[in-house]
Each structure stands twice: as C-alpha cells, then as structure tokens.
Design a protein. Structure first.
Length: 278
C-alpha cells in the first residue's frame, strides 16, 4: 500500500494557483527543525514513540501517535523526544496569508488526528486527496484536511471552555441581576463563585469582555432606562432603585455610556410612544 512517505519528496518552490504550496515532505526518526523565517510552515504527525513540546503560551504538550502539530512560519518551539523509537511524518509548506487568517490557528497548535493516526491515515481518510493524480495536490489536500481539523477542534474546545466558564460565573451574574440595587463589590461576587478576587476578575473579563463592575453598571443603567421608558418621573427614585445613589450620578453614568442625558432619553421614549398611536 502506498504511504505518505512513498509519495513525498522535495518540491520546487514554484508558484501555483493554490493557497497551500508544499516545499518538502517525508518521514524522520527525530523531530524536524522548526520553521525558519522565510515563510515556511510546518505540519507533523507522530507515527511512533512520543515527544514533548512547549507551546508559545508556555503550556507543555505531549505528542503521541495520532497527534498533529502545526507550527507557524518563524516560530520556534522547545521540542524534546521522549522515546528512542520516535518516528514522525512532516510537511513543510508555504501558504497564502489570507488562507491562514481564515483558519484562525495560533502560532502553534497540537491536537489529535482522530481516525487518521498519521498524515498517511488522513490522506486515506480524505476522498479528495485520493482523487488527485499529482502528488503535490494530494499533499495539499492532506495538509488542508489536517489544518482544518486542528482549527475545528480548537473552535469546539473554545466553545466548551466558555460554556464551562459561564456555569462557574453564573452565581455572580445571578447576584447582579437580583441585587443590582445593593452596593455589590467584586469581593462579594467572587465569593459567590468561590474564587479569589483576582481569579474571578480575570475569568469574568475573559468571558464577558468587561470587568464585573462595568457589567454591574450596564445592568443598572438598563434597569434605569426601563423605568424611564415606563414613565417614572422621579430621577432620584430611579437612581436609588437601581443602585446609583442619586440623580446626579445616574446622569453622569448615562451620559458617559450612552451619550445622552436622562431628560433627553425620557423625551425620546415619549416621542416614540406618541408615534405608535399615529
């Protein structure tokens, strides 16, 4: 049976109407050198043995049979063979910047190859790759399939992580939604999630893109605007009911975040209500 290594070899760096252009491919008994700064990316799969690599974020990752590693051009990783029987398949390739941008892969990414335990296996899994008579196109299809799988797994992992993070932070969100009129602090919110203040603040901003206090202010303003829309005339009462102390502070926050004063907003709501009756 034809293997990936049998069809691989050295390829001239000729321009082709393809987003991926293989430069070299093959098998090796050690980890290949990291990509240089001349635009060549690296994709490898461990066939046997194991290796350890430290990703750019500092996380150590074990590479075992069936795992892929992508390394962006110009990125150097610390890699170490963990067994004497290490065997890898690799492809060095050039790629259009726009194509790689759409994949949205980090500077280095590792992940399981799934059913395809190696690049050979991925090529056999991919029906498009086997239809190509030319080795270059077959390898391009194989690389694309592998990169797309890494990108998809990374996206799913991100979704799963944010789902789990949302569950961990849900007690704080519930506190804000139910007790927005009270003088809530980061300490109180962090305690509800059983986290330290620093960990809570970091994870909250990662999840919602703002600090806990900024989120609380947004909720208070939304509640206040709902009271304005309902016709509540007293700004002091609105401010007190929504945890903003007094009308002056309410007005300052509304102007800062929504670029409008309470009186202007009330007039807008009144005008919108009148228009609905015409």
């Amino acid at each position: 049976m034809e293997t990936f290594a049998n069809t691989a070899g050295e390829f001239a760096k000729e321009r082709a109407p393809l987003p991926l252009r293989p430069v070299a491919a093959g098998t090796c008994a050690k980890l290949p050198a990291m990509p240089s700064g001349d635009g060549e990316h690296l994709l490898l799969a461990v066939r046997a043995g194991s290796a350890r690599v430290r990703l750019p974020d500092g996380v150590g990752q074990m590479l075992v049979p069936g795992w892929l590693l992508y390394v962006c051009a110009g990125v150097s990783l610390q890699c170490e063979a963990m067994s004497e029987d290490l065997s890898c398949e690799f492809v060095r390739f050039e790629a259009d910047a726009e194509f790689m941008r759409h994949l949205d892969l980090p500077a280095a990414a590792a992940g399981a190859a799934g059913e395809g335990a190696s690049l050979s296996g991925i090529a056999r899994m991919n029906p498009y790759a086997l239809e190509f008579a030319h080795d270059r196109l077959k390898i391009c299809a194989t690389v694309y399939f592998a990169l797309a799988k890494l990108a998809r797994d990374r996206m799913l992992s991100t979704f799963e992580r944010f789902d789990a993070l949302g569950v961990r932070l849900s007690p704080a969100i519930l506190q804000i939604e139910q007790r927005y009129s009270e003088p809530l602090t980061v300490r109180v919110l962090a305690h509800s999630c059983r986290m330290s203040e620093s960990q809570f603040s970091r994870l909250f901003k990662e999840m919602y893109g703002c600090t806990p206090i900024q989120y609380l202010i947004r909720v208070r303003l939304d509640k206040a605007k709902a009271m304005l829309a309902s016709g509540e005339p007293d700004l002091e009462q609105i401010a007190a009911a929504c945890g903003m102390g007094n009308a002056k502070y309410f007005g300052e926050l509304l102007k800062k975040h929504d670029h409008v004063t309470p009186r202007e907003l009330r007039a807008m709501y009144k005008e919108a209500t009148q228009l609905r009756f015409f």
